[in-house]
Write a protein that binds this ligand. Structure first.
Ligand SMILES: Nc1ncnc2c1ncn2[C@@H]1O[C@H](COP(=O)(O)OP(=O)(O)O)[C@@H](O)[C@H]1O
Ligand SMILES: [Mg+2]
Length: 134
């Protein structure tokens, strides 16, 4: 697998989400990602980035164009926030520690081809996802 492009953007305020969405649109355009996959990727990425602002305060997102059998877009989101005590519970629909809908993580997972989450209490959270242009 080859990385054709890679850029890391900070997440510390609402307007960073616009930059992230812009870069994803740009990369999606470059690999000719169909509109439906682009929307799914933007939705999943926005949920993950929003969680950083809400629960971890700040973090960063690396967005890459991958080339393998297919081309694809990979998003790696990392923060040094408080982490998630129980990742299995956090991945279930309706689980929220803030009284909101609890659909962000399970929803994001269902929208992409590859979804990994690692989290360690008081260390931080890392989410990696890929959408392939099949
Ligand atoms: N980056 C993160 N850092 C710490 N906790 C997180 C992070 N992302 C998600 N969580 C935890 O996982 C829970 C579920 O997240 P999510 O599915 O997006 O639902 P919601 O944001 O509506 O609560 C959150 O309520 C929060 O406790
Ligand atoms: Mg959320």
């Amino acid at each position: 697998m080859e990385v054709l492009k890679s850029k890391t953007l900070k997440i510390s305020e609402e307007k960073d989400l616009l930059n992230i969405r812009g870069l994803i649109r740009e990369y999606a355009g470059e690999i000719g990602l169909p509109e439906i996959y682009k929307v799914k990727l933007l939705t999943a990425t926005s949920e993950i980035a929003r969680n950083v602002l809400k629960y971890a305060v700040s973090g960063r997102m690396t967005i890459r164009i991958l080339s393998d059998i297919y081309k694809g877009i990979e998003v790696i989101c990392e923060d040094n926030g408080k982490g998630i005590a129980d990742v299995d519970s956090a991945m279930k629909k309706g689980f929220s520690t803030s009284g909101s809908l609890g659909l962000g993580l399970p929803g994001a997972k269902s929208l992409v081809h590859v979804f990994h989450i690692d989290s360690k209490l008081s260390v931080g959270t890392r989410v990696r996802l890929i959408v392939w242009r099949k």
